[in-house]
Every structure is written in structure tokens, then in C-alpha cells.
Design a protein around this ligand. Sequence first.
Ligand SMILES: Cc1cc2nc3c(=O)[nH]c(=O)nc-3n(C[C@H](O)[C@H](O)[C@H](O)COP(=O)(O)OP(=O)(O)OC[C@H]3O[C@@H](n4cnc5c(N)ncnc54)[C@H](O)[C@@H]3O)c2cc1C
Length: 400
Amino acid sequence: MKGDLQTDVLVVGAGPAGCMAALGLARQGIDVVVADRSQFPREKVCGDGLLEDSLQILEVVGLGSAVKEKAHPIRSILFVAPNGTECELEGDYYTLPRKELDALLLSEACKEGARFLGGITVSEPLVQSGRCVGTLGFDEEGRQINIAAKLVFLATGANARILRVFGVLQNRNHSAIGVRGYFRLTETIDESSMVVIYDKRLLPGYGWMFPLGQGIFNVGCGIFLDGRKKMPRFGHNLTGFYKHIQPLARYLQMAEQIAPISAAPMRTGFQGARAYAPGLLVLGEALGLTFPFIGEGVSSALESGRVAASVALEAVEKNDFTGSTLGKYEGILRKTMNGRQQGYQSAQRLFRFTSFANLLIGKAARNPDVRGVARQIVLGERDPLDVFSLRGMLRVLLLR
Ligand SMILES: Cc1cc2nc3c(=O)[nH]c(=O)nc-3n(C[C@H](O)[C@H](O)[C@H](O)COP(=O)(O)OP(=O)(O)OC[C@H]3O[C@@H](n4cnc5c(N)ncnc54)[C@H](O)[C@@H]3O)c2cc1C
């Protein structure tokens, strides 16, 4: 099909999933266009935290140092239980505002040859004989833009509407909501620790305070919706919501809000959308890849982009855009991610109970072996079910 523009692969969405895919495709010599409704750099509502699994993937593609150079290093995560018990988990973490991270990833993809079209809102697929062969969209002046492609990647984040019009939506409800604001602290405090607070009104969600350097903090909270009967009230002001949550209240008393507080939905648990259709792959949060319980989604978005690029190479080489080649994408992702997704889903169910959160964080605070297991889970080296299951819990409780 002819369009205003033609390409081998059209990536819709320039978040971590789309940029990683574009980078991989461009490096393999495949013609790739990335279209995003925003001009870059753009804001993205996020906690701005990068755990080690994200850095590992960025290292593999040679972008580890570029990201670390811009990012703020973090040496530990401080978990605060509902009863106030604190437990510190050391590690090699980073924070970087998504405005900067995504712009960096996009610019690296463009350096490798990807073409970026900012300000293009994709509205529907172009379909020929049941196969997606491009997209229809609009630029900022409302002019219609058709882009013809052999293969389309939907990397559009938690936007359920676009999944529906492309025929891959299975569940329109998002699974969580996150809220964040930026604050500048007027007094000097430790900026090498990310603070995660399990307040009983938020469980199994949590509040956070992540330092970005130079006295600036990303402060927010995530609420997981399944099983929740009532949403806590945010009001217009996150500071108001947090005024009873320690230690946030203490810190925010000496803070100045420097950007509006914004909220965004999350799609978690590797569910809610089909991974592929003829001529189409679904990536990152659009595929529900953000992890339940921890709300981390940059690493799985990056990983899906990496896998999608390699499967697309095979599809282009074989000129086969049907399920027999594209289906491999879902197979690979399920093999590598199902364990962690299900394990964190189970953790989310258990953390509805305040006593469970107190027990586990208390045990980890007292016992270095439990902290060791938690480290391995955060690193992605151990299945969360090793802790968040009946057998796992018994094992943890028996550790002296
Ligand atoms: C409050 C909050 C805090 C979070 N904190 C963290 C954290 O600290 N660490 C972490 O790892 N994860 C965190 N996450 C999750 C993380 O933000 C997501 O998992 C991640 O952004 C998913 O990346 P993605 O590339 O799939 O989608 P996105 O980053 O959402 O990118 C999607 C892109 O698609 C574009 N787009 C959407 N629709 C269209 C359209 N119709 N046409 C053209 N373009 C379109 C958007 O403009 C956007 O640029 C948080 C999420 C929230 C809401």
C-alpha cells in the first residue's frame, strides 16, 4: 500500500520500548520510522528510577555509560513498613528524569539511522487482506499522514484506545495509577537513597521519594487497583495527601513544589493485549509488561524492544509477517518474563495485608540472608515466588 511515507518498520511511540526497538532495527540496517504524538524531549509521568535490570539491558546495547553519565547514582533503597520499621537494600541504582532518558534513547536510535516524526498522533491502522500495512494519523496542524510499512510496532504505553482500534485490546481497564510531582528540598538531606514507603492506606501500593540530585526529588505514589474497593483521596495536592505519611511529611515540610503533580495509568502483569497480529507487534506497557507490585516498567519495555527488533529482522528477511514468525516474539517474552510477572502479582496480593508487609520488612531488616534474597529478586536473578508464595514465605521465616 502506498502512503505519504514508506518504511520497513514503523514504530509508534518513542518511549523506552519504541526507542530500543528502533535502535536495534536501525543497527541491523532495517529502514525504520519512529512516530510519536509528542515532540521530544517530552515529559513522561514516572518515578524516574532505574533498577539494575534496566542498566544491564542498556549496557548490552552499549548505552550504559551514556545513561550513567547523565543519571544520579543511588546506593540503596530504604523500605519503610506500615509500622515504621526500616530496611535498607544496597545496590547500584540510578535515577534520571524520563524527559532526559527517553530523549537520549531516541537520539541514539536516530544516530543509527532511525527517522523520527514528532507531533504525529496515530489514530488507526491501514489494513490490507487482514494484515496491518501501516497507519493513519494526524500532524499537529490536523493534516492527515499515512505511513505505509511492512511491519508496525505499537509501543504506545498505557493508551488503551489505540490498542482497541488496532484490534489487539483484551482488557480496557488499567491495573494501577501512579502520581508524581517534583520537589526541591530547601534543607540538605541524604541524596543517595531511594525511599519506598508502605503506608497501610496505599497497600499493596506505596509512596516514594527518589532523589534526582541537586536537592530535587521525584515524590509520588502508586495504587494498584485490583481488589481495591475504594481509591484513597489524592486531592489536588500530593503534599496534602502525604501529610500523615512519615517520613515523607517531615521532608515535604521543607520542600518547594517545582512542577505540577501529574497522574498516569499503568498496565501490568503481561496481560490486557495480544502480543501480535498479522503485520503488528505490541511492545512495552502497551502489552502490560510493567511489573505488578513494584511498578517498574522501563526494563521490560527495553527488553521487549530488543526482542521485537530481532524477530522483525527475521520477518523482513523471510518476508513473512504472519503469526508463524511474529508469534516467536510472544514466545520469547513469555519464557523470560512470565516468572517475574506472576511472582510480583503474587507479592501484590500478599501486600494487601498490613501484617504481611510488617512481617516481611521486619524480617529483612533483621536478617542479612533475607536481604540477600531480596537483592537477587530486584536484580531479576531470582523468581519473586521464592518469597511471595506459601513455601517461599515459610523458607524466609525459617531463616535465622
Ligand atoms: C507514576 C509512575 C511512576 C513510574 N515509575 C517507574 C520507575 O521509577 N521505574 C520504572 O522502571 N518504571 C516506572 N513506571 C512505569 C514506566 O513509566 C512504564 O513502564 C514505561 O514508561 C513503559 O515504556 P513504554 O515505552 O512501553 O511506553 P511509554 O514510555 O509510555 O511511551 C509511549 C509513547 O507512545 C506515545 N504515544 C501514545 N499514543 C500514541 C499515538 N496514538 N500516536 C503516537 N504516539 C503515541 C506517547 O507519547 C509516548 O511517548 C512508572 C509509571 C508511572 C505511571
